[in-house]
Design a protein around this ligand. Structure first.
Ligand code: C2G
Length: 129
């Protein structure tokens, strides 16, 4: 059984997120998503419009997602990889290289981002009507 792990805020879920989750799941059998909590988003200087419990419920309803765990700090990844016996860590390539330290513990894969869509762009479009 190959376990895959990824992290994110997943606010205003869109096809960029879905395509990332779909490709991540395709790399193994079990996909764990570390979902940024509202307080961790503040640390990331990223405010999520949709609160954590609703983002979690949305992610758990996606066929590609098996488990959602809270992402509360930058430092938890190694422990998460070890405690969940993760084989492959996956992130979009906007993070290329940022998590290479995990290569000592699991395979690290950066997948191409889906172009021309982002939660912040969607929020801007909504704001500007
Ligand atoms: N993503 C993508 N294509 C987009 C937008 C996002 O492939 N058009 C990917 C990102 O690369 C990331 C995932 O979808 O792998 C989640 O994106 P965000 O919610 O923006 O995650 P982020 O804020 O980058 O949080 O510790 C890691 C951080 O929690 C990552």
């Amino acid at each position: 059984m190959i376990t895959v792990l990824t992290y994110g805020t997943f606010d205003f879920l869109h096809v960029g997120h879905i395509r990332l989750l779909k490709r991540a799941k395709a790399l193994g059998d079990h996909l764990i998503v570390g979902l940024s909590t509202d307080s961790f988003n503040l640390i990331k200087h990223k405010s999520a419009f949709i609160p954590y419990d609703q983002r979690k419920e949305i992610l758990e309803s996606i066929r590609y997602v098996d488990i959602v765990i809270p992402e509360e700090s930058w430092e938890q990844k190694i422990q998460d990889v070890l405690s969940h016996n993760v084989d492959i860590f996956v992130m979009g390539d906007d993070w290329e290289g940022e998590f290479d330290f995990l290569k000592d513990y699991c395979q690290v894969v950066y997948l191409p981002r889906t172009q021309d869509i982002s939660s912040s762009a969607l929020k801007g479009q909504l704001r500007n009507g």
